[in-house]
Design a protein around this ligand. Structure first.
Ligand code: NAG
Ligand code: NAG
Length: 371
């Protein structure tokens, strides 16, 4: 049963509803105050838009690069299989909070039946329905949900992760939608250094609100891999909706869009670059992200992707041991300046106030039922 304090807090925080991913290994799971493990936080779900690169990158606008998961905790990526995440607008509606008692099949702890679509034909935004629910999904229907993605860097140190060593390895079309969402892992993804890899969850919604993007931090590791392949250096995706021959194949960068600086993709006027076919991403594991030949010299690949690589001289004498990342020097200028972390976030909820207050009302109703 909810205490009055918890109900009040749920109501207050849910007013800023968007969607994020909740997992073992995530940063800022309990918010950004390291003295408190907040069960009822939505800090990581707040969107990024019109921010400078050094603050949108890794959610530095809210200090989430500084609040790692507990030692030894990782998001596990099973090579050649899939992992399941929880997409929700608040930790309260995941199994990582309150023993999972407020969890439903959906992102907001509510029950509903499908199909769930916005009003009209073609459908308007979900939030335009009489119940005003679902604004945080920025969608008109499941089919219209933009697609979300995961990227991986073999750098353990967040300060060494750059656009040039962070590679999109999995995409799920038509998400975010329901809470439980599975992503496929390439079978050839090599193991991470002992300290783990860096993984980011990524989303650019397709309209239905302020144009924005999402990038949330995880410490991750690949499990069950026998691969000795190396990831190639990613390139910025290219809009190719109208001509698939224009799609960029091979390793791709995450997409930065509608920021004050650091954008790496462009879309036609009025359109949005999304993690789906229109930017050349296929659904599922991105199997085309590896350097072609396994015996490629390390000099031919990005220095920062060398973690799982063994040089030809080492290979003959020792069993391959992952290089420790501390010895790898990032050559890119992309590394963010760690100092600039305390600027006030300008990100606001992208939905109108009516969305938020209506959402509150739902929770209030919900809370009454449980009281
Ligand atoms: C925590 O996040 C809030 C909201 O974004 C922000 O105002 C505050 O400065 C952050 N605290 C730290 C220590 O980064
Ligand atoms: C959703 O349905 C489940 C199962 O019937 C029920 O236990 C739960 O209280 C419902 N949640 C809400 C928010 O109505």
């Amino acid at each position: 049963m909810l205490s009055h304090a918890v109900i009040a807090s749920l109501l207050a925080i849910s007013a800023n509803a968007h969607v994020g991913t909740w997992n073992p290994g995530m940063y800022c799971r309990g918010g950004n105050d390291t003295k408190e493990d907040n069960q009822n936080t939505n800090l990581i779900v707040n969107p990024l838009y019109q921010l400078e690169k050094d603050v949108w990158w890794q959610q530095r606008d809210r200090g989430c690069h500084l609040v790692p998961p507990p030692d030894g905790e990782f998001l596990e990526l099973p090579a050649g299989a899939s992992f399941t995440t929880e997409l929700a607008n608040n930790r309260a509606f995941t199994t990582l909070s309150y023993d999972g008692q407020y969890v439903s099949d959906w992102q907001d702890g509510q029950n509903r039946t499908e199909p769930w679509v916005g009003p009209g034909t073609p459908p308007g935004c979900l939030v335009d329905n009489p119940d005003k629910a679902g604004g945080e999904l920025h969608a008109r229907s499941r089919e219209h949900a933009a697609g979300t993605a995961w990227a991986i860097s073999y750098e353990s140190d967040l300060d060494k992760v750059t656009m040039d060593n962070l590679v999109v390895f999995s995409v799920r079309y038509h998400t975010p939608w329901k809470r439980l969402t599975a992503y496929d892992v390439p079978a050839d993804l090599p193991e991470c250094p002992p300290e783990g890899c860096y993984c980011a969850w990524l989303w650019i919604p397709d309209g239905c609100g302020q144009p924005n993007m999402y990038m949330s931090n995880h410490r991750c590791k690949v499990t069950g891999s026998k691969s000795t392949k190396t990831l190639g250096t990613p390139k910025a995706p290219v809009w190719c909706e109208d001509d698939q021959s224009k799609c960029l194949s091979g390793p791709k960068q995450m997409m930065a869009w509608n920021q004050a600086s650091g954008d790496n993709v462009v879309a036609p006027q009025g359109r949005t670059p999304t993690y789906n076919e229109r930017m050349g991403f296929k659904d599922g594991a991105q199997d085309d992200i590896f350097v072609e030949s396994e015996n490629q010299a390390s000099s031919s690949s990005s220095s920062s992707q060398a973690a799982a690589q063994t040089s030809s001289t080492q290979a003959s004498t020792q069993s391959p041991a992952p290089a420790t990342t501390t010895s790898i020097q990032s050559t890119s200028s992309e590394s963010s300046t760690a100092a600039a972390t305390h600027s006030t976030p300008s990100a606001q909820p992208s939905q109108g106030e009516s969305t938020c207050s209506k959402h509150k009302r739902h929770l209030r109703h919900h809370a009454r039922h449980m009281a």
